[in-house]
Design a protein around this ligand. Structure first.
Ligand code: GN1
Ligand code: MG
Length: 364
């Protein structure tokens, strides 16, 4: 009840076309809270309460989104191809409320669908095209102009330090029961620093990256299945191209959901890896350096490992970071990432060969 009153107060402060008549929870994000809003004039919007415990620099975050969407619009002005923030009645684009609350609204992109899982090879290839385009369109935007909204977001060694802290503190008293999982991750700790050290020495260039390149962050046209729009610009920051590539593979080329409890169903689907790579490199392959192209496969393993350490740490901390909809969901997520890392390790040579072949075909 109280929440409804607050929501209607918030809604009044955005310049919507017509008065909101419906506001229902929407989407499957793990961090922010999202609603679909409809007005009496049948105009639809996305309302979001940003998780400011995660995104502590609210102004930096929103400034990044303004800069990125403005830049993307200069490359592709078609309506619906770039997220559009809705203005507020006081002339801004977001609302701060007591309790460190941050609210914002986007135009709803109609005629689009977001897939939790690719239905066809073409779906995943086109999501590769979409993220490839994002890289290409942002290539002439200086990464240093963006705020690092979550410092060390893909600093995998730092993620490992957080996991070690979680094991040591064992706040929810869960460490004893998950020795095997803990060992699995710790055994791979020494591989965690490769990419960040190549970034530090300049061997890998720092670029504008999306950092959350999951399949469901691409909106496809529901009829033609062509990419419409890239969603979730919250983590757009300076970063590594291979990590964006890798995060897409982790999520989109797995045979099962991120939280699949039956890990015997979790495998890397090489056909899907190939399809994504074709789409991605076909658009931005020529812009990537040799070192970037040669570490794409490593980005996939690293993103899977890193997400796994984060899920496991959150499980140990008592599920305080990611939203969960059932007990042990974070543990299932951590276990599914383990299965995927294992399969990626077994298939490493095949993945490398495949990427090389596709590179050649794409002229990259
Ligand atoms: C979070 O909330 P969502 O689904 O956009 C997380 C990503 C993880 C992802 C795992 C800011 O993204 O880094 O990869 O969950 N975002 C943040 O599905 O931590
Ligand atoms: Mg996200």
């Amino acid at each position: 009840m109280e929440e409804n009153i607050q929501l209607s107060e918030i809604l009044k402060r955005f310049r919507t076309d017509g008065s909101p008549v419906r506001c229902v929870p929407y989407g499957s994000g793990h961090i922010n809270r999202t609603w679909l809003v409809e007005t009496g004039r049948h105009h639809r919007y996305i309302l979001q309460q940003v998780n400011t415990a995660v995104f502590t620099d609210a102004d930096g975050l929103m400034r990044n989104i303004m800069l990125v969407t403005e830049h993307l619009r200069t490359k592709d002005p078609a309506p619906g191809h770039v997220l559009t923030l809705v203005g507020t009645t006081d002339g801004g684009f977001w609302i701060r409320m007591p309790g460190n609350q941050l609210w914002r609204m986007y135009e709803f992109v109609s005629g689009g669908i977001c897939l939790e899982k690719a239905e066809t090879r073409e779906d995943i290839r086109l999501s590769g095209v979409a993220f490839g385009r994002f890289h290409q369109q942002m290539a002439d935007f200086p990464a240093r102009r963006l705020t690092e909204v979550i410092p060390g977001f893909h600093d995998t060694p730092a993620r490992y330090r957080a996991l070690r802290r979680a094991i040591r503190e064992d706040r929810a008293g869960r460490a004893e029961g998950i020795r095997k999982e803990i060992d699995f991750y710790l055994e791979r700790e020494e591989t965690a620093g490769r990419m960040v050290s190549m970034q530090r020495t300049g061997e890998l260039p720092t670029r504008v990256t999306h950092n959350d390149t999951k399949l469901d962050n691409v909106m496809l046209d529901e009829k033609t299945r062509q990419p419409l729009c890239i969603l979730d610009l919250d983590t757009v920051m300076p970063g590594l191209a291979a990590n964006d590539f890798g995060e897409s593979i982790r999520f989109g080329a797995s045979t099962a959901a991120e939280d699949e409890p039956d890990t015997s169903r979790v495998h890397l689907d090489l056909e899907m890896v190939g399809a994504f790579t074709e789409g991605f490199l076909g658009v931005c392959g020529a812009d990537l350096t040799e070192a970037e192209l040669e570490t794409l496969h490593e980005g996939a393993r690293l993103m899977t490992l890193e997400n796994g350490t984060r899920f496991l740490a959150d499980y140990l901390n008592g599920d305080t970071y990611y939203h969960i909809s059932r007990p042990d969901q974070n543990l299932d997520r951590a276990r599914a990432q383990m299965a995927l890392v294992r399969d990626m390790e077994t298939k490493e040579e095949q993945i490398r060969r495949m990427i090389r072949r596709i590179r050649k075909e794409a002229g990259a």
